[in-house]
Design a binder for this molecule. Structure first.
Ligand code: KG4
Ligand code: ZN
Length: 335
C-alpha cells in the first residue's frame, strides 16, 4: 500500500510517498528557516503564507520523485494537529482537495505520532511495545507505544519544551534561530561541567519535565556575569546547559524503562538530532541492557515521511476522515 503524506504544522512544507508504513519512496521538505531567521523565530502568519506558496510544487515533486501519479496512491495522509492553526490548515486543505478530486481515502495524522513513527522508517525491525522519548520544539513527552497508534503518556513537560529551551538559550547567548543545532555545535568546544545548571524534577511526577528553571538559570548566570564585568565563555554555557537538559531527559527515560520493565527505547523529535543526547542515550541504554533506536537527523525534524508511516498504521486500523476534517492546534496524544 502506498500513501501520499503532507506535513505543514510549523515552518516546513513537506510531502512524501511511503510504502507499507516502512519504506520511503520520496521525502520532499521545503524549509522556511531562512525567512524566520530574520525575526528570531517562527512568525505564524508568514509560515501559513509560505506554505500556500510552495505546497503544490512540494506535493508534485514528492509524486515525481517516487515516479508515481496521484491516482496510484491508496490514501492521502495529513498532519491535522498539534501545531500552528494557519499552517496546519494549508496542509489539511490541500489534502482534502486532492483526496476529494482523486476519490481517495483521507487520513488525519497526529504530528507527535508521526515523530514516533520515524523510528519505523529507520528501523524496519522495530515493533511495539517500546518506550519513546519525544523531544521537539513544542513537545517533550515520555510515551509507552503499546501498539501501533496506541500510546500511554507517562510524562510531559510542565512548561517549556526541550527544543524551546534550546532556542531561548541560543538567543540569549547570541546564536540566533534555529537555536538547537547552534547550541549543539558550540557546546562541542565547551566544558559540560563548567557551570552547574539545575536539573529540575517534579515532585510526585518522576517522568515529567520542567525546562523553564534551567533556562532562567542560564539567563541569571549571563546577567550576573555582565553585572560583575566578567567575560562569558559561551561554549561552556552551551555545553553546561546541554548537559543539564540532556541529563534530565536521559535519566527520566531510563527510570521509566526500568520501572516498566521495557527493553526497547527510542528517540524522536527535533531535539533527537542533538549529538550529545544521542550519545548519552546510547550509553545509558547500553549500560541498562536496552536496545536503542533512533532515526537519522533528517527524519527527526519535521518531515512528511513520518506522517506517511503513522498514517499507514492508522489506515490499517480503519481510520478515515471526512471532508469536515479540521486543524486542531492542541490535539492531545493518546485517545
Ligand atoms: O520536531 P521539530 O523539527 O519541530 C517541532 O515539532 O517542534 O523540532 C524542532 C526543535 C527546535 O526547537 C530545534 O531547536 C530543535 O528541535 N533541534 C535541536 C537540534 N536540532 C533541532 N535541539 C538540540 N540540538 C539539535 N542538534
Ligand atoms: Zn515536529
Amino acid at each position: 500500500m502506498e500513501v501520499l503524506a503532507i506535513e505543514s504544522s510549523c515552518d516546513e512544507t513537506a510531502a512524501a510517498v511511503v510504502r507499507d508504513g516502512r519504506e520511503i519512496l520520496s521525502n520532499i521538505i521545503a524549509s522556511q528557516i531562512e525567512t524566520h531567521k530574520l525575526y528570531g523565530g517562527v512568525v505564524p502568519e508568514i509560515a501559513s503564507r509560505k506554505h500556500t506558496e510552495v505546497i503544490n510544487q512540494v506535493i508534485a515533486s514528492a509524486l515525481d520523485e517516487a515516479d508515481r501519479v496521484l491516482s496510484d496512491m491508496d490514501a492521502i495522509c495529513v498532519t491535522y494537529g498539534p501545531g500552528l492553526v494557519g499552517a496546519l490548515l494549508v496542509g489539511v486543505g490541500a489534502a482534502k482537495a486532492l483526496a476529494y478530486a482523486a476519490d481517495k481515502p483521507l487520513v488525519g495524522v497526529h504530528h507527535i505520532e508521526g515523530h514516533i513513527a520515524a523510528n519505523y522508517l529507520a528501523h524496519p525491525e522495530l515493533t511495539p511495545p517500546f518506550l519513546c522519548l519525544v523531544a521537539s520544539g513544542g513537545h517533550s513527552h515520555l510515551v509507552i507505544v503499546k501498539d501501533y497508534g496506541e500510546y500511554e503518556v507517562l510524562g510531559r513537560t510542565h512548561d517549556d519544551a526541550a527544543g524551546e529551551a534550546f532556542d531561548k538559550v541560543a538567543r540569549a547567548i547570541g546564536l540566533g534561530y534555529p537555536g538547537g543545532p547552534k547550541v549543539d555545535a558550540l557546546a562541542k568546544e565547551g566544558n559540560p561541567f563548567a557551570i552547574e545548571f539545575p536539573k529540575a524534577s517534579i515532585e510526585d511526577a518522576p517522568y515529567d519535565f520542567s525546562f523553564s528553571g534551567v533556562k532562567s538559570a542560564v539567563l541569571n548566570y549571563l546577567n550576573s556575569c555582565e553585572m560583575k564585568g566578567e567575560e562569558v565563555n559561551r561554549a561552556d554555557v552551551a555545553a553546561s546547559f546541554q548537559e543539564a537538559v540532556t541529563g534530565v531527559l536521559t535519566e527520566h527515560t531510563m527510570l521509566a524503562a526500568a520501572d516498566h520493565g521495557i527493553q526497547k527505547v527510542a528517540l524522536a523529535g527535533g531535539v533527537a538530532c542533538n549529538s550529545y543526547l544521542r550519545e548519552k542515550m546510547k550509553n545509558a541504554c547500553e549500560a541498562a541492557g536496552c536496545k536503542f533506536f533512533l532515526p537519522p537527523p533528517i527524519l527527526c525534524t519535521d518531515n512528511a515521511a513520518m506522517i506517511g508511516s503513522a498514517g499507514y498504521y492508522e489506515f490499517q486500523k480503519g481510520v478515515r476522515h471526512g471532508w469536515d476534517l479540521n486543524a486542531v492546534p492542541a490535539l492531545p496524544l493518546g485517545k
